[in-house]
Design a protein around this ligand. Structure first.
Ligand SMILES: [Zn+2]
Length: 103
């Protein structure tokens, strides 16, 4: 489901360009900016509003992709909590790879 460019920009500006789940700055590069997505906190498929700003959070592609499996979680707090757990593991794996390949 896609939202209009107008609403996408409103969400991006309101959230100041930061993924609301992991804190990634999506204005670091054109690549991160282009990959920015908007999460429907309450999924449209289960009755959430498509373009209501209260139902939308700016998200990086990684968080939004992971969250697609958690549409049963319908509050930002619940979705943030699951991403906090997942991102802890992702960060550990990332740091291990950096240490291994960029000692
Ligand atoms: Zn993120």
């Amino acid at each position: 489901m896609r939202i209009s460019a107008k609403v996408w920009n409103q969400v991006f500006e309101r959230d100041k360009g930061f993924c609301q789940y992991c804190g990634t700055d999506l204005l670091v590069s054109r690549a991160t900016y282009s990959a920015a997505q908007v999460d429907h906190v309450h999924a449209v498929a289960s009755g959430g509003a498509m373009e209501e700003l209260d139902n939308l959070k700016l998200a990086c592609a990684i968080c939004n992709g992971s969250l697609s499996r958690y549409n049963h979680l319908k509050t930002f707090e619940a979705r943030k909590a699951i991403m906090d757990e997942k991102n802890k593991v992702h960060e550990e794996n990332f740091q291990k790879m950096v240490k291994k390949l960029r000692p």
